[in-house]
Each structure stands twice: as structure tokens, then as C-alpha cells.
Design a protein around this ligand. Structure first.
Ligand code: FES
Length: 207
């Protein structure tokens, strides 16, 4: 959040509360990816680099690919114009995110997370990857894979945030059940589930 918004929340809490309630209500019928893409476009339109960086990370945490983010910007060409789109692409390139590596763009592919036997039952593990960090939880039914980025503001939640079967995001305290990914306190969205499968004794995820 910008310093100006933080200031306004302190100086005019009631008015700003209505403003944020309006924003939340206005997007309630949109899926999270669409909401995130619209937010990226608004940050490019207002020419705020910090906002673009924050909302691009959030869009990726919501499951948007680099191609989808670029397509959203290009579709907004009539409103943004070429200069702002070129500026935004410079910001994206400076972020050095693998999602915008031309060689890796496109549809998600099955990626190996490790040998199934390396994931003990009833234990949460984190796999740190360059492109996307994930949590893996294995129980009697199999493995479940979750995006390690908080659905609130895309914080990469560390394994140290695990406290007695609950993951507590260090940024604002949204709390998730480690086994199911459900949000059980503070927030209102679960960890994003990632499709996975076991092949030849290896755990693969669609990343
Ligand atoms: S980023 Fe806000 S609770 Fe995680």
C-alpha cells in the first residue's frame, strides 16, 4: 500500500473504510484472476511502479501466467496507450520473473517436485522454486499441493510460519489449515490449490 493511502486510512478511517468496502463489493462477482488482471491494468494506467510490482506478483499468485498478464495489458491498449505498455514491460523485465522468460511462456507444464517417498505422511513441506514456491501435504489419500504465496497480497509464506498445524502468514496474519489449505482465521480465501499427480513414484505438479 502506498504511503499516501496509509496516511489517509489513519487520517480519514471512516471514509477510507467505505472506499475499500466499495472496491471489495465491486469485484465480488469476478474470479480472482480477472480481479488481479484488472488491478494490474489500473496500476499501469496510474503509472505506479510499486503498484505494478505488487499486483503483478498477486496476479501470479492467483494463477495468472505471464502470457495472460501481457495479453491483459495489450487488450487495454486503447486506454493505456503504447508508452505506458512499454513502460510496464520494462518494469516486468526488471523484476526478472521466470513467468516472462520468452522460453518458458505458455501453458503450464507438469514439473517434478520430488520422489513421492520423500514426502512423509501428515507433514507439510515447502519446495522453493525459482518460478513458484509450493507447499506439499501428504496424507492417506495422497498429496495435495498449494501455492505458497498468500492469497491476500502474495507474500511467499515461509515454512517457519507453521504453528501446530496452522500456517500463519507473517504479513497480516491470515491463517490457513496446513492439511486442506482452507483459510481458518482473519482472511477469506484459501491457499491456491495446484493440480498434481504421481507418476513412476515421482510427484508432479502443473506449474
Ligand atoms: S499477505 Fe496479507 S495476510 Fe498474507
Amino acid at each position: 500500500m502506498s504511503d499516501a493511502l496509509s496516511y489517509l486510512i489513519k487520517a480519514r478511517p471512516e471514509a477510507m473504510g467505505h472506499y475499500f468496502a466499495f472496491l471489495k463489493d465491486a469485484g465480488k462477482h469476478l474470479d480472482p484472476k480477472t480481479r488481479a488482471l484488472i488491478s494490474v491494468i489500473t496500476k499501469v494506467h496510474s503509472h505506479t511502479e510499486r503498484g505494478v510490482r505488487q499486483y503483478v506478483r498477486r496476479a501470479i499468485a492467483e494463477g495468472c501466467s505471464g502470457t495472460e498478464i501481457l495479453d491483459a495489458l495489450l487488450m487495454a491498449f486503447p486506454a493505456l496507450g503504447l508508452a505506458k505498455i512499454v513502460w510496464a514491460v520494462d518494469v516486468l523485465l526488471a523484476m526478472k520473473l521466470p513467468q516472462f522468460d520468452p522460453e518458458r511462456m505458455g501453458a503450464p507444464t507438469w514439473q517434478e517436485l520430488g520422489q513421492l517417498k520423500s514426502f512423509p505422511k501428515s507433514k507439510l513441506q515447502k519446495i522453493e522454486r525459482v518460478d513458484r514456491s509450493v507447499f506439499v501435504y501428504r496424507d492417506a489419500e495422497g498429496c495435495r499441493v498449494y501455492d505458497a504465496h498468500c492469497p491476500h497480497q502474495a507474500t511467499n509464506i515461509p515454512l517457519a510460519a507453521l504453528k501446530g498445524g496452522k500456517l500463519v502468514c507473517p504479513k497480516h496474519g491470515w491463517t490457513f489449515d496446513a492439511a486442506s489449505g482452507a483459510c481458518i482465521a482473519k482472511g477469506d480465501q484459501p491457499l491456491r490449490h495446484i493440480e498434481s499427480k504421481v507418476e513412476d513414484g515421482r510427484l508432479l505438479a502443473l506449474l
